[in-house]
Design a protein around this ligand. Sequence first.
Ligand SMILES: *Cc1c(COP(=O)(O)O)cnc(C)c1O
Length: 571
Amino acid sequence: MKMLITEEHTNGSKIAYFSMEIGLRDEIPTFSGGLGILAGDTIKSGADLNLPLVAVTLIYHKGYFKQDIDDQGRQIELPAQWEPSEIMHTVPEKTTVIIEGRTVYIQAWVYFVKSPKGGEVPVLFLDTNLQENSEEDRSLTDYLYGGDDNYRIKQEVVLGIGGVKILKILGFQIKKYHMNEGHAAFLTLELLHQLKNNLNDVWDESYIWDFEAVKELCVFTTHTPVEAGHDKFSYDLYRNVIGDYFPENVIHDLAGNDHLNMTLLALNLSNDVNGVAKKHGEVSQNMFPGYKINSITNGVHSYTWTCDSFKKLFDKHIPGWANEPELFVRTDLIPPDEIWNAHSEAKKILIDYVNSTNNLKMDHETLTIGFARRFATYKRASLLFNDIERLEGIASGKIQVIFAGKAHPKDEGGKKLIEDIFAYSENLKGKIKIAFVNNYNMETAMKIVSGVDVWLNNPIRPLEASGTSGMKAAHNGVLNFSVLDGWWIEGHIEGDTGWSIGPESTETVPDDNANKIDTDDLYNKLEQIIIPTFYQNRDKWVKMMKSAIGKNAYFFNTHRMMLRYVTEAYI
Ligand SMILES: *Cc1c(COP(=O)(O)O)cnc(C)c1O
């Protein structure tokens, strides 16, 4: 059945949600990690809550990449080629942007995210792979986070400028533009243009751009406290790619004098700016004094991130939970043995899956620790192995560990960490079983976050803006064991919802001594609390599982998050 964009979709004023990556399902491989999954979960909750939302991203014909790993732990990147026409269709209308003086045509694919509640959110995937375009321009929507600055700035022109134009051509009336990270900030320039055109003004040196009107239209969410995480382009590149479209002296005032900083551009042209957890809001406020930065803590889409056995359990005891996660407040009603059985079912699925991919023969009874996320160095994937002898002494025969995650193809440090994990696994053979699951994606994430007993997270404070995989774990009664950073500062109650690693978060920049302090605390708690509780005090463990659901899943979901965006930023 062919679904078209109809007046039902465009009527009324909408929120346009722009994101460089959107992760809705594995068959649409246009995401790399947490940012994309968050965007997907946001849209799904938007549909469930019947919000007037439309989303914009790029199509990426070759996706991010598919990960394979050789037996030394070296990452092999395979193309994630896919066929959009099997999943979505194009709309007939086209728009254009000017890149390096050429007219580049853009068409959109549309995919409808439909909620069982009746809501429906169109997601536009912009595509430049059209006959009208040169070979070079046709490749602009091939790779997510591939290529150099030149490739990236052009993609951001397509996303920001092309996105605003195509929404207009399709008849959407937009009352707010939500930039999910700075990648989409060029949309502000197109909005400034459209206001100018509306007024029939002549554009000369004396023209006064209507910044206030654009600020009123824009909402900006910043996602990283890591300096390198903010896109910056040289003005040479800007001049070459964007040229006369927007005067350089004006953009200097908006995006910085030395470099074009996309975060600054977004900050200067948005009335509502937020970080993604309370701590991240504060850290961002420090990075950008002079701007008012709020925080709206991230969440995950509860239905998407709850495994089948827990879905069944929640349906039985707290019906309606998926569209009203506040009902998790009643988790204590669920009998403990049913919680444990649902967990054992999820654990069996994971362990059997892992055993089918290697010959480690993990078992169903051993305390299983999971660590899966992008292999960025600040996430310290190998912290658990800092003192191998001590780990052996504490945990031989008592734990097994499952890792997964992709390193960005250009991140040699991240790739090295995967090799390190393989080396440690070899080293600990016969003592601690360590598995690495290839090609981390939504499906493997679901298995791992629901099937382990403990979810380990040990980034360098304060570099984890929010983190969301721990929220997924909590939805499945999996206990978080995490550094106090991002969302966990808000979700953590020691010995109740999980455990902390290391001191309270007071840093605004990383502390060089943290590695040692965190490692000591990790080992101490593993030895003295986590291993004994798991094997000797199952009642206490299950009580904590209930707290994770009743206190963490209850709050850290995208339904709550979206209601906050509606009341604090959209209206
Ligand atoms: C949830 C998720 C992430 C984000 O994990 P963090 O721990 O928040 O970094 C990344 N990749 C996939 C596939 C996910 O499902």
